[in-house]
Write a protein that binds this ligand. Sequence first.
Ligand SMILES: *Cc1c(COP(=O)(O)O)cnc(C)c1O
Length: 395
Amino acid sequence: MVAIHKASTVFFPSVEAMKSRDWIDKSGYTYGLHGTPTTFTLEERLCALEGGSHCMLVPSGLAAIALVNFALLKTGDEVLLPDNVYGPSKSLAQAELKHWGIKHRLYDPMDVSDLASKISPNTRLVWLEAPGSVTLEFPDLLALVKLCRQHGISCALDNTWGAGLAFNAFDLWPQEGKASWGVDITVHALTKYPSGGGDVLMGSVMTRDPDLAHQLKLCHMRLGLTVGANDAESVLRSLPSMALRYRAQDLCARKLARWCQTLAPVNQVLHPALEGSPGHAHWKRVCTPVARDHLDPLCVEADSVDGWAAALFSIVLDPNCTVQQVHHFCDSLKLFKLGYSWAGPISLVVPYELQTMRSVWPEAIEPGHVVRFSIGLEAEVDLQLDLQKTFQACF
Ligand SMILES: *Cc1c(COP(=O)(O)O)cnc(C)c1O
């Protein structure tokens, strides 16, 4: 493990060394704000994991989203967001971006032609999320990225759900002997799986493109974004167990999601790995690794059957249930705690009012009350019993 290096000031041996050091290429240390061995190591490991070549750490997932917007957009530009984008990303577009004369438009993530129709000569950036937040529709990622390429527009993926494990965002079309195709930029809430402890807030911005990296780094520097060494160390410590946690939480979540499909008040279960869930075929195409030839052959068998998915699912409860019943249900669960975020050790539940979050009620989603679960590291049987008892008592 790398040590926890804490620094604001970095001493230089001479004026000559002080003048010739360049913070941007990370060949040396200049000032704590621009990185220490601890943060450089974390950035390098995240690049190795996801296949990027430049990574910047920021204080939260939301700050990662903000950095990309601030670095790439100026007055008069337009940015396109999927309608199921992480909520605070919409709020940022509706407030700061709008105040600075940057327009945003929402597109239907499940309709490639809708994105095509919303691209204008002013469009500079397209955000992608796979799957979308809360409703977990998995878009046709390849078609969306291809469209952005054809128009020469940068695309940034919020890859928090995939965590660099479920699919290869920078290599959506690996091509033999040629540069492969994928998204231009990824952002992550390291707060989720990479931390896994429910105790760290951090984000990352990554790219393979040296020009984009330069643009992002300059903005990162000017905004004064940095992360604490202790937090970076926490993430470094959690990273080696991430794939195991992801896998275990995934399998438990899928079993519970399937079981929820059998319950009377549940009209729909939203989980991209479940047959019939919106975008299931798209999920299958990018997240089942049959075509991922770089995998250790020992892992391929189980992997190619199941694919990978984060431990999140939502249920749509019958519209005849009352809001009071839904809230009482969430309040009454014992092991599932009420709280935001996910991918930590504790299972969580949040009720959502989808009608306040989306511009239109999505076609593929049944009317009703949406409740999202995130699965922690508890025993599956305990979680199922908690759900079963509470469903019986509340509906
Ligand atoms: C949690 C989350 C974020 C924000 O991360 P924070 O570190 O909590 O700011 C961004 N995008 C997605 C998809 C998330 O789930």
